[in-house]
Design a protein around this ligand. Structure first.
Ligand code: XMP
Length: 315
């Protein structure tokens, strides 16, 4: 894609011919699905309805943040609160691909009922090229099933419409800027949410810990960027690790959990390099996480692995 304005015109034409009636749009508040939702609304007007799902696996204040982005983008949308359904689907699941499949299926079931209520079988998604390439779409092994690609059961009546499927992230950002999407450079957040940043069992308590740790990393990195102590990385987040580790709390030994901090630079998410944090920023992150999660998280590690061999997310 060379020309974002031309891409917008052509995508709108394609959407009009692919969707004769109505469509719902899976809108997570991320750049990809926000761009897809705006294109669908421009192409279809009232025949498009964006649906934002609160999975219970979102970051701190994400519902408020996404609501504000959609309001600024003048997008019509509605919010479905479904955390109980997602936690139920994830009970006893630890294997990463199984987590992704369960989440994908929960999303699809929910969108099926939303679509039926709206009188359509079309679901517009913001799938981009790395999503389906890494999900095994291009003659290679599945690296991981991106939930917006892998979780669609064969019995689903939904028909997918994917206006961005040939674009890479940097190209989507160029289109986002053309459409005046607020903060087009904000960091990506995976569709399965904090479930893939909680290694091992996904319980409300463990998700809460991952949420607190993620918020600390985001705040401290953003502060360091604003104060020109580092340039804005591609992604910066925390992962709650599996297993337990020993810490000291006053005079007592505690058996708590550990968090891994990951900061990476990338251009298109297909490869990435582990970025360095200024020493005082790393120290403050460790201090704040262990203080905010007193006795629950007693150790903070720093992930220094590039992609490949690691992926950006832990799972
Ligand atoms: P990985 O971990 O595969 O991530 O190196 C590459 C980029 O994709 C994001 N990611 C996802 N995005 N659905 C998404 O929409 C997903 O299931 C998903 N999994 C990973 C990840 O944050 C990184 O930017």
């Amino acid at each position: 894609m060379n020309d974002p304005a031309r891409f917008v015109t052509e995508a709108i034409d394609r959407l009009r011919s692919e969707v004769p009636g109505k469509a719902i749009v899976a809108a997570s508040g991320g750049i990809d699905s926000t761009v897809a939702a705006i294109l669908a609304q421009r192409a279809l007007g009232d025949r498009a309805r964006a649906v934002f799902v609160d999975t219970g696996l979102l970051r701190e204040k994400e519902v408020e943040r996404v609501t504000e982005i959609f309001r600024q983008a003048e997008l019509r949308f509605h919010v479905v609160s479904a955390s109980e359904r997602f936690f139920a689907a994830l009970q006893e699941v630890t294997e990463p691909e199984e987590k992704r499949r369960r989440i994908g299926t929960a999303f699809i079931r929910l969108f099926e009922s939303e679509a039926e209520g709206f009188g359509t079988d079309r679901l517009v998604q913001g799938t981009i090229a790395p999503d389906w390439i890494e999900s095994g779409g291009a003659l290679r092994d599945t690296i991981k099933t991106h939930h917006n690609v892998g979780g669609i059961p064969s019995d689903s009546k939904l028909r997918l419409v994917e206006p961005l499927r040939d674009l890479y992230k940097d190209e989507v950002r160029a289109v986002a800027r053309n459409l005046n999407v607020p903060s087009p450079d904000r960091q990506p957040f995976p569709g399965p949410g904090l479930a893939v940043r909680v290694a091992g069992p996904v319980t409300p308590d463990r998700v809460r810990r991952a949420r607190v740790a993620n918020a600390v990393v985001e705040e401290e990195v953003e502060r360091a960027v604003a104060e020109h102590r580092m340039s804005r990385p591609w992604q910066y987040f925390a992962v709650l690790l599996p297993g337990r580790t020993v810490g000291v709390l006053g005079d007592n030994r505690v058996h708590g959990e550990a968090v891994s901090v990951r900061v990476v630079d990338s251009v298109d998410a297909m490869t990435a390099t582990a970025a360095a944090l200024p020493r005082e920023v790393a120290q403050r992150i460790a201090e704040r996480i262990t203080r905010s999660l007193h006795g629950e998280v007693v150790r903070v590690l720093y992930d220094i692995t590039d992609k490949p061999p690691a992926t950006i997310e832990w799972e």
